[in-house]
Design a protein around this ligand. Structure first.
Ligand code: NDP
Ligand code: 2IT
Length: 453
């Protein structure tokens, strides 16, 4: 680590106590952009990186609501408005009991660079709550969403800050949040993305993150004159991103042999084909059940429960060609990374945000495999959110093929930008450096143009 990064990290850790995920995300970007700062002293004298790591605004608020038993519940709500240099704050909302300030700051920080890579005019933000939607009735989720939006609405707007979904926030939650915003503000605007199709949503938005992560993998494979056809793939998670990752891999001729949730994972050596995937989608999106039920339905599969005493996740130890971590942060550690390499995996496209720990990332880069970091590989979701905003502004909706065409082109442009930028800064084939530097340059130049704000 250089002296600059060391002293920056000493400041970051002192000022942002107990936020290990935020420290981790900052350290990775700082390590990548060091070479840029050396070549461009104006970024250093303008304290660009020091400004980027300080959110423009952090909102934290009480979310009181009443459960079905009539008891008062209190959750904590957040919105991190990280950076608006290139457009309105944009990024998802996460509802999960693990949510805290540090996790949302890491996500908002990553979002700034990701959104810059999409080629669309979006700043970075993230928000959410420690509310756990699991086991709650639709009525409870609605009351929670209404209370959450009652405070959030005063801070957001279609030209200010445009939230969307993330873990625990899908179509149902976006509907309840949008309804309350409209009621309180008396305006029908594109203030959220991921909306229903008949009230301002965009075709392909539900599919976009997963499809995009697979398009990104296909682009990486293309650099080696290869494709996804016939490739065996490991996918983690079983939510929005994992589902559409699986759908697109199947479409392109690959085979998915794993899926998971926080309880455990299933291994299905016959592959999770479109019929099995339809069953998983019903299980997760309609019945809101657990992956453990899969083996009762499909005898070809085995289920392994999560064992927190293990130093690795056995999902990543299966033999395969490609891996798509699509559940959550730090789900692939150094031991998992070793296991992936030992099992033959040479393509990793991250659907989740920061799913790999730094020692894992270092190992992948060391071995020179095709490693697409989340902020590039999963940018398709927010990119189509940007297209939803455009359609809302035009008061139009584009056909499926048109949005999918834009998504494909954007993923290919992001890939190209990562490749060229890494090469320009002497790190050929390093998509981490490429993504971090390309995202940084766009935001840094906009910040310089706009003065010290
Ligand atoms: P969902 O809520 O739809 O699904 C999340 C999945 O991950 C579930 O299977 C869930 O299991 C599992 N999971 C969540 N937290 C944990 C945990 N702590 N340990 C183990 N498993 C966990 O979320 P998404 O699919 O939308 O998001 C998945 C990842 O993709 C996240 O990292 C998110 O930030 C990222 N992402 C999402 C985008 C989007 O458009 N939705 C865009 C870009 C990135 P369980 O049901 O048991 O909780
Ligand atoms: O992490 C992400 O990029 C998302 N959760 C999607 C954000 C968005 O605004 O669509």
């Amino acid at each position: 680590m250089s002296d600059f990064v060391k002293s920056l990290m000493a400041d970051v850790t002192a000022k942002n106590e107990a936020q290990p995920e935020f420290h981790q995300a900052v350290e990775e970007v700082a390590g990548s952009v060091q070479v840029v700062l050396d070549r461009h002293p104006e970024y250093r004298s303008n304290k660009i990186l020091e400004r980027i790591i300080e959110p423009e605004r952090v909102l934290m608020f009480r979310v009181p609501w009443v459960n079905d038993q009539g008891e008062v519940q209190i959750n904590r709500g957040f919105r991190i408005e990280m950076n608006s240099a290139i457009g309105p704050y944009k990024g998802g909302l996460r509802f999960h009991p693990s949510v805290n300030l540090g996790i949302l700051k890491f996500l908002a920080f990553e979002q700034v660079f990701k959104n810059a890579l999409t080629t669309l005019p979006m700043g970075g933000g993230k928000g959410g709550s420690d509310f756990d939607p699991k086991g709650k009735s639709d009525q409870e989720v609605m009351r929670f969403c209404q209370s959450f939006m009652t405070e959030l609405q005063r801070h957001i707007g279609p030209n200010t800050d445009v939230p969307a979904g993330d873990i625990g926030v899908g179509g149902r939650e976006i509907g309840f949040l949008f309804g309350q915003y409209k009621r309180l503000r008396n305006e029908f605007t594109g203030v959220l993305t991921g909306k229903g199709l008949n009230w301002g949503g965009s075709l392909i938005r539900p599919e976009a993150t997963g499809y995009g992560a697979v398009y990104f993998a296909a682009e990486m494979l293309k650099t080696r004159n290869d494709s996804l056809k016939g490739k065996t793939c490991l996918v983690s998670g079983s939510g929005n991103v994992a589902q559409y990752t699986t759908e697109k891999i199947n479409e392109l001729g690959g085979k998915v042999i794993t899926l998971s949730d926080s309880g455990g994972y299933i291994f299905d050596p016959d592959g999770i084909d479109s019929k099995k995937l339809a069953w998983v989608m019903d299980l997760k999106n309609v019945r809101r059940g657990r992956m453990s039920e899969y083996t009762r339905q499909f005898k070809s599969a085995t289920y392994t429960e999560v064992d927190r005493t293990m130093d690795h996740n056995p999902l990543w130890a299966h033999k395969a060609d490609c891996a798509f971590p699509s559940a959550t942060q730090n789900e692939v550690n150094g031991v998992d990374a070793k296991n992936l390499l030992a099992g033959g995996v040479f393509v990793i496209s991250e659907g989740a945000n920061m799913p790999t720990t730094q020692d894992g990332v270092d190992l992948f880069l060391d071995k020179g495999i095709l490693y697409g970091p989340g902020k590039a590989a999963n940018a398709g979701g927010v990119a189509v959110s940007g297209l939803e905003m455009s359609q809302n502004s035009l008061r139009m909706s584009w056909p499926r093929e048109e949005v999918d065409g834009h998504l494909k082109r954007i993923m290919s442009d992001i890939h190209q930008n990562c490749v060229e930028t890494a090469e320009r800064f002497g790190m050929k084939g390093n998509y981490v450096a490429g993504a971090n530097i390309a995202g940084f340059l766009k935001v840094a130049d906009a910040m310089i143009d706009q003065g010290v704000v």
